[in-house]
Design a protein around this ligand. Sequence first.
Ligand SMILES: NC(=O)c1ccc[n+]([C@@H]2O[C@H](COP(=O)([O-])OP(=O)(O)OC[C@H]3O[C@@H](n4cnc5c(N)ncnc54)[C@H](O)[C@@H]3O)[C@@H](O)[C@H]2O)c1
Length: 346
Amino acid sequence: MKILVTGGAGFIGSAVVRLAIARGHEVVNLDALTYAGRLENVASVADDPRYRFEQVDIRDRAELGRVFAQHKPDAVMHLAAESHVDRSIDGPGDFIETNIIGTYNMLEAARTHWIGEGRPEGFRFHHISTDEVFGSLGETGLFTEETPYDPRSPYSASKASSDHLVRAWFHTYGLPVVLTNCSNNYGAFHFPEKLIPKVILNALHERAIPVYGQGLNVRDWLYVDDHADALLLAVEKGEPGRSYNVGGHNERRNIDLVHAICDILDDKRPRGTGSYRDLIAFVEDRPGHDARYAIDPDRIMEELGWRPSVTVEQGLEKTVQWYLDNPDWWQPLLEIDGVGTRVGTG
Ligand SMILES: NC(=O)c1ccc[n+]([C@@H]2O[C@H](COP(=O)([O-])OP(=O)(O)OC[C@H]3O[C@@H](n4cnc5c(N)ncnc54)[C@H](O)[C@@H]3O)[C@@H](O)[C@H]2O)c1
């Protein structure tokens, strides 16, 4: 299959690109290379004859038309987005333009291409979204595909808007779309402003490890390569018009997650004295901070046969090791404006 992947130089998109190439697909990676997009993330496949890169902004409708006409993809996996909740609070404009208008542009470019090719049945427009569109849970319950949308941050509201557009293009124009809504990812190549890499890197630099509020917010963590596997299954086998929630039943309170990372580091790279836990500093909570996210992944497990391959403990161990082994990747990113200053539980 020839897959047009948008946002393929980002954290999750690059995992998708690497896995798709490993599984024998052709990939056209379309990415604007914002601060979050790094070609180093796809360096391992850059010389593969089945890989192409297009530096294009999804806000540029004409360029999207050119890319579709030139590459004629069999499927689209749309991951390009502004993705950091804290940045969306500081400045929502880019989130509206990229996540909403950009998705509209992608839908229209895909629809023109799909009609031009004679409406092939196997074509898929796979929109990659987040569980944050469902809002916040109390102490019990899980997000299912039927949970009503209740986004509460500019980021999640922009993603919810894009999900609605994608469903409308299915119902109105018959475009064969598939949606997935996933919980928080972690793993290699995770941008250093997000919680898990931030904890690892602050610890290694002997800096305070900031935790919002009392660290009681609960997130459901999924190893990024398991997400990439679910996404490829969804684009290959997903039913048009259907959405699939992706998560691995790995709920952790932020403070417990931070403790687990500190303990792994204590084991792998012991401090001179004491534990990395001593660096934890509680900071003022993020406005509108959702209390708990948790995914019910029954549908994707039962209908598409997806299973996560690692527990959160195994995934965290691999992730910490990757950051210890790859300072050349993360060192330059710490210099980017704003990266060192946000807490990041997005
Ligand atoms: N990170 C998570 O935990 C998580 C969970 C569920 C869903 N998602 C969704 O998955 C997708 C990818 O998330 P991520 O964490 O890899 O994000 P990321 O910020 O690491 O990567 C986003 C990529 O999109 C590119 N991009 C941004 N604006 C663009 C534009 N206007 N035109 C073209 N490219 C542009 C960036 O250059 C970057 O390569 C997003 O749609 C996000 O909403 C993320």
